[in-house]
Design a binder for this molecule. Structure first.
Ligand code: ZN
Length: 126
């Protein structure tokens, strides 16, 4: 075998490995955390892997209870006037959002994992 051929094979192997790594990263964009924003400001970020419920209370008496269960997130309770956020059901796809328009609250899923030090707030009182 010539040196050129070895280089070619090595190059192909490296290219295949790179493709494999890229596909791993792309598949890894699956939702990893739940992000809640109020009027565009992030108030909560939690791992999707942790089953819990988060109560978001606002000064005007608005309450939303967001539940994380089995890798999915949904609006468990809300005292908004239309109740549309509850009817939006469960989501586990990062492309979807749950919006509570009367409360200016948005629940999103993010592919980014959470830094450990962000994990100390359970209830946000605004
Ligand atoms: Zn709502």
């Amino acid at each position: 075998m010539k040196k050129k051929d070895i280089l070619l094979i090595a190059g192909l192997l490296i290219a295949a490995l790179l493709l494999y790594l890229v596909s791993l990263i792309t598949l890894g964009t699956e939702a990893a955390s739940v992000v809640v924003t109020l009027d565009g400001e992030e108030v909560l970020r939690r791992p999707l892997a942790v089953e819990d419920t988060y109560e978001i209370r606002q000064e005007d008496g608005s309450v939303n209870v967001i539940a994380v269960e089995g890798g999915e997130v949904y609006m468990a309770q809300a005292n908004c006037r239309d109740g549309l956020c509850i009817r939006q059901g469960r989501m586990k796809n990062a492309a979807k959002t749950i919006v509570c328009l009367p409360h200016k609250l948005v629940v999103k899923l993010s592919g980014e994992p959470i830094a450990q030090e962000d994990n100390d707030l359970d209830v946000i009182i605004q």
